[in-house]
Design a binder for this molecule. Structure first.
Ligand SMILES: [Cu+2]
Length: 452
């Protein structure tokens, strides 16, 4: 346990070290942006942070490695989409894809299945549809789904506006965002996977299904925080570590691709749920000026199994009652006297002219400008320092740290946990911490967050 904790802290440290470096590329949602895609259903293995290796089935891109989840498919609204599924699964079984929320899916080739057209062993099937509605969608196997979804045949579809920089989740004007992140939630029972791997499928009993691994985008924490495309996780290419500036709007695209409920919890602030199952929560879907007027404010949200949800999260520090930037106090209060200057404004409306400028990003909360940190910081020798502590409680502030401490948060962002609020889902096969958990990072204004 001790060794594991050390390892996990090390991995978080590596993640933050990379975060500090140039060329970060994981703030957005990586995926395949092509309207003609070939997916191959095949077997493979995933890794979990407590050093397990689990047999899986997944959708690969072309003849690439098995992926968990399958490639995130990014289409633009109105695009005609063609997805060819090649069946390379073992055991002489059919496989398929269902596209909940997509209208008028047609097929070429394949064989008729119970739910949809299927690819026979060694064969293929092509699905065609028009990505007619914006939003966040699931795709998954429609063949023996109680087994094939468990084994990993799931993925995400995002339908976006055609303009490359039209960052608006839906037509409505208040669904715009600055950054986006995908949370594809799954869970597995490794016993089922072992039975399949060892050729004992007849012993799989869904009444005894008992998941002990919980994933965000196919990774268990702390691997969620490693970059996308991390070479040691070849079958788990996607990460999950959102990053914003104060005041940025972050679009959360949440998909429940499993069969349990996961109350996902963003510490620090509420978020606004603007859509469910890729349909905006509005009283007038035809009028884009109405906005998501039926949006719900939540602190924790559960998505139905098979469902999706879009929410907008933002964070400014408003309401904390202190100045997150640590701007100087009102030096123009007695007995120091007044210091007139170009920034002489009564920012916080307390009747005193401040001589310290507001944050130029425009997101600073005026009422808290200049207000002191509300507690006396303990002496550095009386605290245990985390690897992410910058030496200062202020956003963008750094301070002196003992030798060997800190260094993993050089931009002095605020870092905190987002996770499933079913606390048992924060483990990897009973080893804490892990599971459906990641870190969220607010970086100071001006620190670049890369986009596509
Ligand atoms: Cu919590």
């Amino acid at each position: 346990m001790r060794r594991y904790l050390h390892t996990s802290v090390g991995i978080i440290a590596v993640a933050l070290l990379l975060l500090a470096g140039a060329g970060r590329l994981w703030a957005d949602i990586p995926g395949v942006m092509d309207n003609t895609v070939t997916l191959t259903a095949k077997e493979g293995y995933i890794s979990t942070p407590e050093a397990n290796s689990i047999y899986m089935w997944g959708y690969a891109l072309d003849d690439g490695p098995m992926q968990y989840p399958g490639p995130t498919l990014v289409f633009t609204k109105g695009q005609n989409v063609e997805i060819t599924l090649v069946n390379d699964l073992p055991g002489g079984r059919n496989v398929s894809i269902v596209f909940p929320g997509q209208d008028n899916v047609t097929f070429v080739g394949g064989v008729t299945g119970l739910i949809t057209q299927e690819a026979p062993p060694g064969g293929q099937v092509t699905y065609k549809f028009t990505a007619s509605e914006l939003g966040t969608y699931l795709y998954s196997s429609g063949t023996n789904p109680e087994l094939q979804v468990e084994m990993g045949l799931v993925g995400a579809i995002l339908v976006k506006h055609a303009g490359p920089m039209t960052m608006k989740a839906y037509e409505h004007d208040d669904t715009s965002y600055d950054h986006e992140v995908l949370f594809l939630e799954t869970e597995i029972d490794p016993w089922v996977h072992w039975l399949i791997e060892s050729g004992q499928e007849a012993l799989v009993d869904n009444t005894e299904w008992f998941p002990v691994y919980w994933f965000l985008n196919g990774r268990c924490a702390p691997d969620t925080m490693l970059p996308a495309g991390w070479p040691l996780l070849p079958s788990q290419p996607y990460n999950c570590m959102p990053m914003i500036h104060p005041g940025d709007k972050l679009l959360l695209r949440i998909i429940n691709a499993g069969r349990d409920f996961h109350p996902f919890h963003t510490h620090g602030n509420n978020f606004s749920v603007i859509a469910r199952d890729a349909r905006i929560l509005t009283s007038d879907a035809a009028d884009p000026t109405v906005g998501s007027d039926l949006a719900e404010s939540h602190f924790t949200i559960t998505v139905s199994p098979g469902g999706t949800l879009d929410a907008i999260f933002t964070w400014t520090g408003k309401g904390l009652g202190w100045d997150i930037y640590g701007h100087e106090q009102d030096r123009d209060e007695p007995p120091l006297g007044n210091f007139p200057g170009p920034e002489d404004v009564d920012h916080n409306g307390n009747g005193v002219i401040d001589d310290v400028p507001m944050d130029p990003s425009g997101t600073e909360n005026a009422e808290d400008h200049g207000k002191p940190f509300p507690v006396v910081m303990p002496d550095v020798k009386d605290v245990t320092l985390g690897t992410m502590y910058s030496g200062s409680p202020y956003l963008g502030g750094t301070g002196h740290l003992p030798p060997g401490e800190g260094g993993f948060n050089p931009t002095a962002g605020f870092v905190y946990m987002w996770h499933s609020h079913k606390e048992k889902e924060m483990v990897n096969n009973d080893v804490f911490p892990g599971g459906m958990m990641t870190m969220f990072i607010v970086v100071p204004p001006g620190v670049p967050i890369p986009m596509h």
